[in-house]
Design a protein around this ligand. Structure first.
Ligand code: G6P
Length: 607
């Protein structure tokens, strides 16, 4: 996710603090760097793609003078990582500079409106519309503060923004909605940043801007107001007791835990996809003679989940396949009528790219879902969607899995609509349910945080785990097993529950841990049957079930309750969360590092 640091200082050069601040935000992940400074009434912007140190040296950024400015490290969400798309972005007059972290959902319509009014755009970002909108509002002589407030009221999506302008060289304007922004004051000056580590060397007392608030920073401090009506907000400071290392993880012990807890937010961004790309991919999917879903690791599990979702919602048969097997298994059948939808967090996985090469050579249509703008997958796909999870630092995928399933589910729903496979009521209900997913995940986190910790203590010495689920939950089981394997190195199996009697049941003996994924579904009675089979053979049953599912709770040795009302078809998203937490806590209890499991790499770019 993008890093932001802005400051107004009494003495010296603001740029020194800015580049230092950006250095402390590097852990967030980024692809380009930019700085804007107001010096002697002139706005100057320097930016480029690359690592912080290289860009700062190359553009002589530290030579910039001036006491007011801001910097940005960009993690691309719209538009490739290059100089033009790097932040800050400016208005047409070059007097208003703005940096942004988040996703502006309605930027296309805002951009069209501005183009009609004569504005020219240079980048492919969603962000660039904002300084142009401010410029447009300034034409009605309302003053900068009112102009920015008016613009903010028109933005849909998530944002933390900071504005520096030669029109008002003594102030910095910043605002947030869903993306974080924190303010601080010291004797030296006033600061804003996307994250505490950037401010920590100057002050430990901070003010977290809340959703829908704007702040105006000056040398004297800051004033906070509500975006909705401009009314003044009074709030005390919070004392930060974290070390710099803890602050990078927002107080969490590991990046993985931070990323698990980020899921309600990453999923909210995953619902903000650009309509035209969702439509485009849907049209291609509709046309295919057959549709392969090709991916590796966790991304493959999101494809397995998606194969159930496409089938149930859109009546589309898809073939999930691990990328390394794609050519051998289906390579000779692929042709001009085939669609290969590749799912890859990094967009750089060797096997996935190899499968794509083969498919392209045989004239198939390649589509992509990835978290990484500018990755090879985006370059070789006919059309692609960015899943908007933000960078994931933990090697084991967590938030990127739930986002991938959400993107795939939205495609399936769109295709179902296009094909007329669902009634209006079913469509409306599912659409409303998709919107509830971030809240259901939040509720899951609230409900199972303590419980998973306690259960991890109970299961820490278990030597073998079996994960079982039916239907779409068999994908949830696969991902639960993978998290456990990756993090704890404990042998584990995962099967569709119905298949368990064709082999896996032979490993069951007294005390073997058997994790059952049991959302409310049409197959509920079958799952109960499977639980009884395993229980009869001495398995220790840990069930993940809906709150108040007394039948399952009675049978299970232990259970984790989930929020009520989650439809089975999208259940992998919330139901994977307790399994992520269990795997995390088990790893910590075993003294292992959950962020860096042995022998694994975040991105496997070799054969
Ligand atoms: C590696 C990572 C996994 C990931 C897999 C596929 O094995 O450790 O977490 O799921 O690669 O990566 P991709 O970037 O293609 O999703």
């Amino acid at each position: 996710m993008c890093g932001i640091f802005g400051c107004i200082i009494r003495d010296g050069k603001a740029v020194r603090l800015i580049t230092d601040g950006l250095k402390r935000l590097e852990y967030r992940g980024y692809d380009s760097v930019g700085v804007a400074i107001v010096d002697e009434g002139q706005l100057q912007v320097r930016k480029d793609a690359g690592r912080l140190e290289a860009v700062v040296n190359e553009l002589k950024i530290n030579d910039m003078k001036g006491k007011v400015g801001m910097g940005h490290t960009r993690w691309a969400t719209h538009g490739a990582p290059n100089m033009v798309n790097a932040h800050p972005h400016t208005d047409g007059s070059g007097r208003i500079a703005l940096v942004h972290n988040g996703v502006i959902e309605n930027y296309m319509e805002l951009k069209e409106e501005l183009i009609e009014k004569g504005h020219n755009f240079v980048s492919r970002t969603d962000t660039e519309v904002i300084p142009h909108m401010i410029e447009e509002e300034m034409k009605s002589d309302v003053g900068l503060q009112v102009a920015i407030l008016r613009v903010l009221r028109r933005l849909r999506g998530s944002y933390a923004i900071v504005v520096v302008t030669s029109l008002d060289p003594d102030h910095i304007y910043c605002a947030r909605f869903e993306s974080p922004l924190v303010l601080g004051v010291s004797e030296k000056g006033t600061y804003c940043a996307s994250d505490v580590p950037a401010i920590l060397p100057y002050t430990k007392k901070v003010n977290y801007l809340r959703n829908g608030e704007m702040a105006v920073l000056s040398l004297e401090g800051y004033e906070i107001m509500k975006v909705s009506d401009g009314s003044h907000v009074e709030r005390g400071l919070e004392e930060i007791t974290w070390s710099l290392e803890m602050a990078e993880k927002q107080g969490y012990r590991h990046f993985m835990l931070k990323e698990i807890y980020e899921q309600p937010n990453s999923l909210r961004n995953g619902l903000r996809l650009q309509e035209q790309y969702v439509n485009l991919l849907t049209q291609f999917l509709d046309r295919g003679r057959e549709v392969y879903l090709s991916a590796a690791g966790t991304s493959y599990h999101s494809c397995v989940a998606a194969s159930y979702i496409f089938s149930k919602l859109s009546r589309l048969t898809t073939i999930p396949v691990v990328s390394s097997e794609f050519i051998e298994r289906y390579g000779s059948n692929v042709g001009i009528d085939s669609i290969v939808l590749s799912v890859s967090q990094s967009g750089e996985t060797y096997d996935t790219l190899k499968a794509i090469d083969h498919a392209r050579m045989r004239a198939a249509t390649v589509l992509g879902i990835t978290n990484t703008v500018g990755s090879t997958l985006t370059r070789v796909s006919r059309a692609y969607i960015i899943q908007q999870s933000g960078p994931e630092i933990g090697v084991a995928a967590t938030k990127t899995f739930t986002s991938q399933v959400l993107v795939l589910a939205q495609l399936a729903l769109r295709l179902a609509k296009m094909r007329g496979k669902l009634s209006q009521d079913e469509q409306d209900e599912l659409e409303a349910d998709m919107k509830k997913i971030p809240d259901w995940v939040q509720m899951t986190l609230d409900m199972c945080s303590e419980k998973t910790k306690a259960l991890a203590e109970k299961y820490v010495d278990d030597k073998l785990f079996l994960f079982l689920g039916r239907g779409v939950s068999s994908a949830t089981a696969l991902e639960g097993r993978l998290k456990l394997l990756e993090l704890t190195y404990v042998p584990a199996l995962a099967y569709p529950a119905g298949e368990s009697k064709h082999g896996p049941i032979s490993v069951i003996e007294d005390g073997v841990a058997c994790v059952f994924i049991c959302p409310r579904s049409e197959t509920h009675s079958h799952i109960i049957g499977s639980i009884m089979e395993m229980k009869a053979r001495g398995a220790k049953i840990l069930a993940i079930c809906e709150e108040g599912d007394e039948e399952i709770k009675r049978l299970a040795d232990d259970y984790i309750e989930m929020p009520k009302g989650i439809p089975d078809i999208i259940s992998p998203i919330p139901y994977v969360v307790p399994q992520q937490l269990m795997a995390y806590h088990l790893a910590v209890l075993k003294g292992l590092d959950p962020d860096k499991p042995r022998n694994l790499a975040k991105s496997v770019t070799v054969p």
